[in-house]
Design a protein around this ligand. Structure first.
Ligand SMILES: [Zn+2]
Length: 196
């Protein structure tokens, strides 16, 4: 994929994710994949309606019935969920569920490292968690079709090395945009001190 296009998509996520808490970026990506779905399914729907019209003019009732069922069965938009589970600390993945949603799995051990003993944010842990989430969101935004066509439980782990390079470009772009924007917000007095 064109590097400029990857950066453009990361910019779109950034512009929708407020100050980019992890949940904001996930919500922004959720909105984007639902909007993409509407655009795609709209042309498919219109195409099917046209075919129904032609079939009903031919008085081909069984074809009309078949096409109506096809419209009814069009997939619903996917949503993104995040879970923390017992997977190796250096891993992470995004997997399609049977009902076409996407689950980002992140290591529980890493989530635990994002807080210290007093349950205060541990900066390094949070940054690593954010980086890992951004990488999987990169796969969602850049490799959506490939993820949706995958079977099995490895999800993004079965994408190729090129896809990982692309997800890393997406991650770096998104995190840099976030740093820049939050620095601007801090200079305007929105934050009292450094932002994680
Ligand atoms: Zn990856």
């Amino acid at each position: 994929m064109d590097k400029a296009r990857i950066k453009e998509r990361a910019e779109e996520v950034n512009s929708r994710s407020l100050d980019f808490q992890l949940s904001h970026a996930v919500a922004a990506c959720n909105v984007m994949i639902i909007e993409d779905f509407k655009v795609r399914s709209q042309s498919e729907r219109e195409d099917l309606k046209q075919k129904i019209l032609v079939a009903s003019q031919r008085k081909d009732e069984s074809e009309v019935q078949r096409l109506r069922e096809h419209i009814g069965g069009l997939k619903k938009p996917s949503r993104i969920y995040v879970e923390y589970c017992n997977i190796p600390e250096d891993s992470g993945r995004v997997v399609k569920t049977e009902d076409n949603h996407l689950v980002i799995s992140l290591p529980l051990a890493l989530a635990e490292k994002s807080r210290d003993e007093a349950i205060v944010y541990n900066e390094k842990g949070v940054q690593e968690l954010r980086r890992r989430t951004a990488h999987e969101l990169g796969h969602v935004i850049l490799h959506f079709d490939k993820l949706m066509n995958q079977t099995g439980l490895r999800g993004s782990l079965d994408l190729g090395p090129d896809e990982d390079i692309e997800a890393n470009i997406f991650t770096e772009t998104l995190l840099e945009l976030r740093r820049n924007r939050n620095a601007t917000l801090a200079s305007q007095g929105f934050y009292s001190k450094g932002i994680l």
